[in-house]
Write a protein that binds this ligand. Structure first.
Ligand code: SF4
Ligand code: SF4
Length: 369
C-alpha cells in the first residue's frame, strides 16, 4: 500500500474518536462510577479515580441552527471556563464541559447572558426536536421551526425547572408526515396535508410513461410509491396513460407528491396532527412509536394557539395523574390511548381509534371533514 493510500485509509470512517478526546475524558473512559445533579442544567460525573467533570446542558434554537458567530462565542466560553470540548446531542442540545461546579456556574451565567437557557436533566423537558422544514426542505407543509419556537416560549419553564413534571419529556416537531424527527417522542407534532391530493390532468403525463404499452412491463413510480394502493394507472383511448386516485382510501401521506410535481394538495386544508406515547428508551414500558391522538387541528401561525392549548392539556393531564417518575409515553400506555382521549374530551373517530390505527399507519391519518 502506498503511503498516500495508507494515509487515506486512516481517514476513513469510523474515525478513531478517542484520538480527539480531551485528556480528562480519555483517562476516565469506562471508569465513570457515579453522578450527581446540581439543578439548572448541571450534572456532575464522578470517576472511580476520583476525577470530577461537569456537563452543562444548553437548549438550542429550533432545528439546532446556530450562526457561526454564536458557535465561536460558545467555543470561547468553553475555552475560558471549561476543558475545551463542546458536545452536540442527538436532540440538538449543546453540552459544555468543565472540571468544577464554580466554573460550570460561570458557563451557565455566560450563556444565559446570551439569551440561552441551561436545563433539561431529571424530571424536565429534555428537548423539543425540530426538523428543518422550510429552512431547507422541499416537502414541508408546516413550518416546524416556528412551531418549535412557540413551544419553547410556552414550555421552556419545564426545561429550566428540573422538578416541574413527573419525568423526562421529549417533544418533536415535523413539517410533514415524513416525520424526519421520528415518532419516538412522548409528544409528536406533525404538519399534515389534511386531504387527498389532486393532479394536474394536463401535466400528469410528464410523470407517466408516454405509451400505454409501458404499463405491460412496469408500474409507474407515482403508482408504486402509494402505501395504500389508491393510485391506479390506466390506458387511455389515445394510447397514453392516465391515473386515478381513490380519495376514500388515501391517507394524505404525500409520497406521490415526492415523485411527481404535478400532484397537488389543497393548501387550505393543511393542519397539524398530534401524536402521543412515543419513546426510544427501554425504561418503563419500553420503546414505542407515538400514536395519533388528534388527527387534525388547524394550523394558526404565528402563535399556533391550538397546538399550544392541546400540548398544555396533555401535560396537565399527565402531571395530575402520572405516578412519580412515569414518562408521558408510559402513562398513556398504562391507561390506554382511548382512556386518555376520553379524559381530554377528544372525539374518537376511525382516524385516531387504535382499533383501526396501528403504529404502522402512524401519522398518515387524517379526518374526513
Ligand atoms: S419531516 Fe418533512 S418537512 Fe421535515 S425535514 Fe422531513 S421531509 Fe422535510
Ligand atoms: S397521498 Fe399517499 S396515500 Fe394518498 S395517493 Fe398519495 S401516496 Fe397514496
Amino acid at each position: 500500500m502506498s503511503t498516500n493510500l495508507s494515509e487515506r485509509m486512516k481517514k476513513r470512517l469510523p474515525v478513531p474518536y478517542t484520538d480527539s478526546l480531551p485528556e480528562e475524558i480519555k483517562s476516565n473512559l469506562g471508569k465513570w462510577a457515579d453522578r450527581k445533579f446540581h439543578g439548572g442544567g448541571i450534572i456532575e460525573h464522578i470517576s472511580e479515580k476520583g476525577d470530577h467533570l461537569f456537563t452543562i446542558k444548553v437548549g438550542s434554537p429550533p432545528n439546532a441552527r446556530f450562526s457561526s458567530n454564536t458557535l465561536r462565542v460558545f467555543a470561547d466560553i468553553e475555552d475560558k471556563f471549561g476543558i475545551g470540548t463542546l458536545r452536540f446531542t442527538r436532540s440538538g442540545n449543546v453540552e459544555f464541559i468543565s472540571d468544577s461546579l464554580e466554573k460550570s456556574l460561570l458557563i451557565k451565567n455566560e450563556i444565559e447572558k446570551m439569551g440561552f437557557h441551561a436545563g433539561g436533566w431529571r424530571n424536565s423537558l429534555w428537548s423539543i426536536g425540530s426538523c428543518t422544514a422550510y429552512l431547507s426542505c422541499t416537502t414541508a407543509v408546516a413550518d416546524s421551526s416556528s412551531i418549535t419556537k412557540v413551544l419553547y416560549d410556552q414550555f421552556g419553564k419545564y426545561f429550566t425547572d428540573e422538578e416541574s413534571i413527573p419525568a423526562k419529556l421529549r417533544i418533536s416537531v415535523a413539517g410533514c408526515p415524513t416525520a424526519c424527527g421520528g415518532l419516538t417522542s412522548d409528544i409528536v407534532v406533525v404538519g399534515h396535508y389534511g386531504d387527498a391530493p389532486s393532479f394536474d390532468p394536463q401535466k400528469i403525463g410528464l410523470c407517466l410513461p408516454r405509451s400505454a404499452k409501458a404499463l405491460e412491463v412496469a408500474v409507474p413510480e407515482v403508482v408504486m410509491v402509494c402505501p395504500m394502493k389508491c393510485i391506479s394507472a390506466f390506458k387511455k383511448d389515445d394510447d397514453t396513460v392516465g391515473i386515478q386516485i381513490n380519495r376514500e382510501k388515501c391517507i394524505a401521506c404525500g409520497r406521490c407528491k415526492d415523485v411527481c410535481d404535478y400532484i397537488t394538495f389543497d393548501t387550505t386544508k393543511i393542519g397539524i396532527s398530534i401524536l402521543v406515547g412515543g419513546k426510544s428508551s427501554n425504561t418503563g414500558r419500553g420503546q414505542n412509536l407515538a400514536m395519533v391522538l388528534i388527527p387534525w387541528i388547524p394550523i394558526s401561525p404565528p402563535n399556533y394557539r391550538e397546538v399550544v392549548a392541546v400540548l398544555q392539556k396533555i401535560i396537565d393531564m399527565w402531571k395530575g395523574n402520572a405516578v412519580a417518575g412515569e414518562r408521558l409515553a408510559d402513562y398513556v400506555r398504562r391507561i390506554g390511548l382511548r382512556e386518555f382521549q376520553k379524559a381530554l374530551d377528544i372525539p374518537v373517530t376511525r382516524w385516531n381509534n387504535t382499533e383501526f390505527v396501528s403504529s404502522e399507519f402512524g401519522i398518515r391519518q387524517f379526518p374526513v371533514r
